[in-house]
Design a protein around this ligand. Sequence first.
Ligand SMILES: [Zn+2]
Length: 117
Amino acid sequence: MNTKKAGKAKANTKKKEKTYPKPSWVLDSAEEELCPDCFKVVGSRSRYQLVCLLGKAGEGMTVTELTAKLELQQPTITHHLNVLRSVDAVTSVDSGRERIYSLNREAHCFDECKIPF
Ligand SMILES: [Zn+2]
């Protein structure tokens, strides 16, 4: 389930990637220009909200818990979580029938592009 792809292998090939302006809903401490991966993380306000929620949750949260906090449908949340996972911003572990999502604080977007959560 936990595929570790792209991220590392790609990182040192090209430095000149396109950047994106920081969306208005992202707090000030983030870089003004975000790389494509980071833009994926916060380019949608809902995803940024997810990142903030997970950032505050010490032990990770289930989709059910996240759904209760955000005004979004469960499939939408699952979709956003999958996008976040695709750039390594969140990790997940299965626990019984639930899957628990946590923020990957080591992720490039929080470290290098300083996306606050
Ligand atoms: Zn970045």
